[in-house]
Design a protein around this ligand. Sequence first.
Ligand SMILES: Cc1ncc(COP(=O)(O)O)c(C=O)c1O
Length: 368
Amino acid sequence: MTSSMITMNDLGRHWHGSRAYVEPAIHRVLARAWYVLGEECRSFEAEFADFCGARHCIGVGNGTDALELALRALGIGRGDRVATVANAGYYASAALFQLDAVPVYVDVDRSTRLMDLERLQEALQLGDVKCVIVTHLYGLLHDMRAVRTIADKYGARVLEDCAQAHGAERGGVRAGAASDVAAFSFYPTKNLGALGDGGAIVTSDDVVGDRARKLRQYGWTKKYENEIPGGRNSRLDELQAAVLRAKLPMLPAWNARRRAIAQRYTDLIVNDRVVMPGSIGPEHVFHLFVVETDERESLRAHLMARGIGSEVHYPIPDHRQRAAPGGLSSTLQLPVTERLCGRVLSLPCYPEMTDEEACAVATAVNDW
Ligand SMILES: Cc1ncc(COP(=O)(O)O)c(C=O)c1O
């Protein structure tokens, strides 16, 4: 790798660009010398709930904990069947296995790569599905009104995985506001990223919010009184909360810049062997810009030879992961998921990327 390499992300540039307002926030925490569940976390929770258009936000340790604790807050437990997709990096599956709940994998749509709602309807018709986890993969917000209509018909709760979709909106409703509960990750490369791990649960349901708040701290009602089983320690610390508060006002501009890069790719890339993603409206915040091709390794090698990084999100469907409980994959039919896992390739797309770099990536793809 050379220093002129165009990488998938550049957190050094991000720090350089955000340092002027992030550093004072860090110093504020150091001066106050209060590190866990204090003023910064409370304020971030209020500000992020408001940003999403929801009543409550509960800061937690990371996005996977947010998924697991959100499921627990909904009352999902051992043996409960939960519909989800198998092309989204195993995070939802990991949370479900933590609870001994049972994933009901639903195939995805060929063009959006999000949960196929006809397949969802079929899965719910079979009965006994308590919850649907909708992952807004790569930053594309699913049609939550349509999801809701189907889920309501069968009495299933809805959990949004918004780890890749901070600020995406459809019909004026933002990611996290159109479900029973939503989970966010603030891993450093996310559209809103901390300087370490972080996550949040967002909900407008007072009961779910109250349960989630207790679950993230040992199940306490108050100090040393453990009310709810399944509680543990998963808290967003003051430093991360202060960093996130400082960055939150910039999120819409960063998302707009990601969209502009996606638009540039869409305008410039013309190659019969490469399928481009569809939508570039406010519903897509391009956490990742993902193309498809039958000859992925050849394209990757070609880009690498030109000093351009790429990544595969994700190569192995959840039901084929070795960590998954045995027998999951034997009878499953997920043809679109399987096909996508062999074809998807993410190109560099982050706010600090220059137009020249985006053009260089497009030119390299066209030359392949
Ligand atoms: C779709 C999705 N869900 C959940 C997670 C889990 O987040 P975390 O890494 O903070 O646990 C991630 C991020 O890595 C993700 O991309």
